[in-house]
Design a protein around this ligand. Structure first.
Ligand code: HEM
Length: 448
């Protein structure tokens, strides 16, 4: 295999970066921009962000304390809930305590292994329908990946409702996510969350479009004769647990949560994998031959298990470009994390971006090396040093879904097509909520 490939990451200075830099220029648009070299060597960084004390914990034992051992003490921050409220309300991702537990229980069966495995043929159909339209030449693969994962989420959870996969929906969703970054700054500064720039206004329009579309869909599903899919079952279960008005509100919140959390992240994982494989032709050939052999017996629920090389590649891609580069908690009561005293109300910030590239946790941390994830080397890692899907009770409920989906789509595409870099295009990281290739991912494609 080609040795020592270091895929692009934002430049790193030598000294700590002042907090205010997070609110101007590229750092305000890209969560992983502006970290110094030191940040990848420390076990702990304390920051004060406009009066909020923030503990950034990097040691896996500290992460374990927050996400597992004392997880009940660490809730989703009120600020984050406020920020996400116009988009995903009090759904599974943005609730805590009993409300969270009840919702997690309601959706659990839909994401259990048998339910997810049964969806593999759906993933395969979506992948195949994309390929059917391709011709050789240049193509924005980030857009293709987003279109495919939107189609998957709509087919798998919403009976393929076309309102969720139109070009209009795609534009509105992209804007809604961008709008969240602008609102984040206003919120931290204690300003009201009203749009102040064209980006903010587009973001607000995107959010309104999403909520209105999903609200209409939820009301339709409450009438007799609606398809008996994930949303309908969820609505029924919520009605059995909550008063009418709250059940409807939570149904829309969760429809938005699953629609958004369920496609953006996976689309980014697929895009980053295609980008890295375009730069690593030997790994691409290896993955392509494996995919062709695995697909020879069809797209069945066992397909993901026939792709061990591709799985190692995707694991490594999620290490280097974790779709969720950070996630935060707020301490409910005082606690001690290792040597650190945490006060009630403090934020604790977990950064897969830093932990996954930490110099004391990984050899050659910036180098692409899928062999790290060969099953025989599993014991070399601490359970809390690799967190693309989070960990503990709040771990991603869609992790198995995402992996099966990503592997199936990639296998179908790699078996039939060869991807090469686009001459003259520099790939850069972008995104405040999720990590995506800045301005898309144009690649050159050839039919195999
Ligand atoms: C590569 C793809 C994905 C990545 C990297 C990812 C990452 C994550 C992470 C890191 C968390 C935990 C956040 C925290 O602890 O604060 C999370 C939670 C969650 N994810 Fe994913 N996710 C992916 C795909 C999906 C898919 C496909 C779905 C649904 C179909 C989904 C739905 C959710 C939900 C609902 C939660 C909240 C769970 C809870 O709080 O109980 N995700 N995801």
């Amino acid at each position: 295999m080609t040795a020592g490939f270091i895929p692009p990451h934002p430049p790193r200075g030598s000294g700590p970066v002042p907090v205010w830099r997070g609110f101007v220029g590229e750092r305000a648009r890209t969560a992983v921009y502006g970290w110094s070299n030191q940040a990848f060597e420390k076990w702990y960084i304390e920051r004060n962000v406009f009066g909020h004390r923030v503990h950034i914990v990097m040691h896996p034992d500290m992460v374990q304390r927050v996400l597992l051992d004392n997880a009940a003490n660490y809730e989703k921050p009120k600020l984050v809930k406020k920020l996400l409220k116009p988009v995903i309300g009090r759904g599974l991702l943005s609730s805590d305590g009993e409300l969270w537990r009840a919702q997690r229980k309601i959706v659990a069966a839909s994401f259990a292994p048998p339910a997810v495995d049964a969806l593999v043929p759906v993933f395969g159909e979506v992948a195949a329908s994309a390929v059917a339209k391709w011709t050789s030449g240049a193509r924005d693969m980030a857009r293709e990946a987003t279109r495919a994962t939107m189609q998957v989420i709509s087919s798998a959870l919403f009976s393929g409702d076309p309102r969720l996969t139109s070009e209009e929906a795609m534009e509105h969703i992209a804007h809604a996510l961008e709008g969240v970054s602008e609102a984040r700054m206003q919120l931290l500064l204690g300003l009201p969350m009203i749009p102040i720039s064209p980006r903010g206004f587009r973001g607000r329009r995107g959010q309104v479009y999403l909520r209105r579309t999903l609200s209409t869909l939820v009301h339709e599903r409450m009438r007799p004769g609606a398809p008996d899919d994930f949303v309908t079952q969820m609505i029924r279960a919520l009605h059995g647990r909550f008063p009418e008005h709250e059940a409807v509100e939570l149904a829309v919140d969760n429809a938005a949560t699953f629609y958004l959390a369920g496609h953006e992240t996976t689309a980014n994982a697929i895009s980053w994998t295609l980008f890295i494989l375009s730069e690593q032709p030997q790994w691409q050939e290896h993955a392509s031959h494996e995919a062709a052999a695995a697909l020879a017996t069809g797209v069945d629920s066992e397909l993901p298990n026939r792709l061990p090389v591709l799985r190692m590649i995707v694991d490594e891609v999620l290490r280097l470009y974790p779709s969720a580069p950070r996630f935060d908690r707020e301490a409910v009561a005082d606690d001690r994390i290792g040597e650190i005293d945490v006060n009630a109300g403090d934020f604790v910030s977990i950064w897969p971006w830093l932990i996954h590239r930490h110099r004391k946790l990984w050899d050659d941390p910036d180098t692409f090396d899928p062999e790290r994830f060969s099953p025989s080397r599993k014991d070399e890692r601490h359970r809390f040093q690799y967190l693309p899907f989070g960990a503990g009770p709040r771990t991603c409920v869609g992790a198995r879904f995402a992996m099966a989906e990503g592997l199936t789509i990639l296998a179908c595409w790699l078996a039939k097509w060869r991807f090469k870099p686009m001459p003259g295009h520099e790939v850069r990281v972008s995104g405040m909520v999720t990590l995506r290739p800045k301005g898309g991912l144009p690649l050159m494609m050839e039919r195999r």
